[in-house]
Design a protein around this ligand. Structure first.
Ligand code: AGP
Length: 592
């Protein structure tokens, strides 16, 4: 988690670094800091809290430095205080380091350094890197970093600057993401592409075990043994507009409204590369989907589609459970890792372990060049553009589109299903139009303490996803459940104070959902329902009704998720919460 950034060039470094940190803040927002070199001296400014606290502290300080590094933190080792905020320095304050990841052997290194007389000022694992680099420095920063890395265990991406070489940044990657941006007379580094989009779209994606030596004039990449590595320069298709709010109050709201475009681009992308997919699902005895959070919910929907269209059994497993469980997996299995970021460590490790055991691995990611993209045997892409809001919305819809297409590809009714899929962006557009009233519905429930979300069949994972959206941004407890299981326990929760969200489009389980509705009403539960716009029965029986367009029964998830995303958004927004950066969360989860 955490975001790191670096700049060396011809312009003032501070505004560039602060702007880049703003675009990286989704990765962590417990504290932020910068290190600059000006007139041969190291300047460190850092503050606990969100980036705006650092910006306030910097008001009126007109630093002229043209080199610097910055950090936005999601705390792991050490609470979020000014002192634990990055950058960290050596004792003489000649070297400054920003770091994303965990140095697993930091206690051992710390003790060793203490025995040599070093005193520590923070509780972080990162501080050891600064002290080690200072001790290993003999006039060449690259060499000092190379020697330091030999001592580090764990996952890291870090960048270092020193007063001794005031135009140079050296950064290294092992496990955590790191890219280098190429400009004219200036160069950049960052944890993720959106950080540098106002300046360049030319990007080098570093691989694990690589170090980049960056000056305004150029970038050289080496492996950890010091040998030069030749790297491809990628031109990212993302642009700065996709990384800005463009008049919306929050990124999440903008991204909800971007779904028709994200779907359109993803569906087109799938059809244009379909011919390159080197496998048929039917070649395997089973498809195993590993993922976390929202991506896991997309996998659950995908299971219904793939089993229905392709008649291949599918299992969906939380990546964090797969890794330490005993799932028999081997050559006859196709393992799909779904991950928006492509960096989620649980999903990455689950795929690695499946690959080691002989399975064919496929990544489904939104970020080209991400770890899962590079490490999978094959990658399918969503083309949703950068997603900045911590709550995943447009990438979920885009993942659904790829999973639908993947299943449909194997069906006898392939062409009909493809035609249905092509119509999805317009259906989602009309779902957004029909959802105008969701804000008013949300108004009535801002004081609720608990919610139950129920659905069956394709709407069951949508109920789970709706509940996840609500809890992660509004901090209201919400539980998603298969409606058929209600009578086996959760029905005991229902009374007049319990709002129940029912996802009930007219599909093969609609009548069953109506029975569930009666059972809830009989116990005085307050029903809010999501259903087809012309469903007068559901509308009449529900306390509140959120309409979606009538769609083919295989397409319901694409439209039913829309009012649920908006419902969660409006509740959180009305509660005055930080929708895009909910407490304790980070967009990219690179710790286990
Ligand atoms: C979604 O709203 C969450 N913030 C989270 O559950 C997320 O989906 C999960 O961390 C997986 O991320 P990934 O898709 O980048 O792997």
């Amino acid at each position: 988690m955490c975001g790191i950034v670096g700049y060396t060039g011809k312009d003032l470094a501070l505004p560039i670094i602060l702007g880049a940190l703003e675009r990286l803040e989704y990765r962590g927002y417990d504290s932020a800091g910068v290190a600059l070199i000006e007139d041969g001296k190291l300047i460190i400014e850092k503050k606990a809290g969100k980036l705006r606290e650092l910006v306030k502290a910097l008001w009126g300080k007109n630093y002229k430095a043209k080199i610097g590094i910055g950090h936005t933190r999601w705390a792991t080792h050490g609470s979020p205080t000014d002192q634990n905020a990055h950058p960290h320095t050596d004792q003489k304050r000649q070297f400054a380091v920003v770091h994303n990841g965990i140095i697993e052997n930091y206690i051992e290194l710390r003790e060793e350094l203490k025995r040599e007389g070093v005193s520590f000022y923070s509780d972080t694992d990162t501080e050891v890197i600064a002290h080690l680099i200072a001790r290993n420095y003999e006039g060449d920063l690259l060499d000092a970093v190379q020697r330091t890395i030999q001592k580090l265990k764990g996952a890291f991406a870090f960048a270092v600057i020193t007063v001794h070489e005031p135009e140079r940044i050296v950064c290294a990657k092992s496990g955590s993401p790191l890219i280098v941006g190429l400009g004219e007379g200036e160069n950049f580094l960052a944890s993720d592409i959106p950080a540098i989009l106002p300046y360049t779209r030319k990007v080098i994606v570093l691989d694990d075990g690589e170090i980049a030596d960056i000056t305004p004039e150029g970038v050289n990449v080496y492996n950890f043994s010091g040998e030069p590595v030749s790297k491809d320069v990628m031109i990212t298709p993302w642009n700065i507009v996709s990384a800005e709010k463009s008049g919306f109050k929050h990124f999440m709201l903008k991204e909800i409204y971007e779904q028709p475009k994200a779907l359109n681009d993803t569906i087109k992308g799938f059809f244009s590369t379909e011919g390159t997919i080197p496998f048929s699902l039917k070649d395997f005895r089973r498809v195993l989907i590993v993922a976390c959070g929202t991506s896991y919910h997309a996998g659950l929907v995908g299971k219904y589609w793939i089993e229905r269209f392709a008649n291949v059994p599918v299992e969906v497993v939380y990546a964090s459970e797969f890794r330490y469980g005993h799932f028999p997996v081997g050559e006859k299995d196709l393992v799909i890792g779904i991950s928006q970021s492509g960096e989620t460590i649980d999903t990455k490790f689950a795929l690695q372990s499946a690959k080691e055991r002989g399975a064919f691995t496929v990544g489904l990611v939104n970020v080209v060049g991400s770890a899962i993209d590079r490490e999978s045997d094959f990658t399918l892409y969503t083309h949703a553009g950068p997603e900045i809001g911590v709550a995943a919305t447009k990438t979920f819809s885009a993942q659904l589109a790829v999973l639908y297409a993947l299943g449909a590809r194997e069906s006898k009714e392939r062409e009909e299903l493809y035609a249905l899929l092509r119509g999805v962006p317009a259906l989602v557009e009309s779902a957004l139009e029909l959802s105008e009233g969701v804000e008013k519905v949300a108004d009535k429930y801002t004081k609720a303490k608990d919610f139950l979300y129920l659905g069956r069949y394709l709407s069951y994972p949508i109920a789970l996803e709706g509940a996840l959206k609500l809890k992660e941004i509004s901090y209201i407890h919400a539980e998603g459940y298969p409606a058929g299981e209600m009578k086996h326990g959760p029905i005991a929760l229902i009374d007049e104070s319990m709002p129940v969200m029912l996802v009930a489009p007219k599909d093969r389980v609609y009548e069953k959902m109506l029975s569930n509705l009666e059972e809830i009403l009989a116990r005085k539960g307050k029903v809010i329902s999501v259903g087809f716009v012309n469903d007068d029965v559901l509308k009449k029986k529900s306390r509140d009704f959120m309409p979606v367009p009538e769609v083919h029964e295989t397409l319901t998830p694409f439209v039913t998720i829309i009012p649920l995303q908006l419902f969660a958004y409006h509740i959180a927004s009305k509660l005055g919460l930080d929708v895009d950066q909910p407490r304790n969360l980070a967009k990219t989860v690179t710790v286990e």
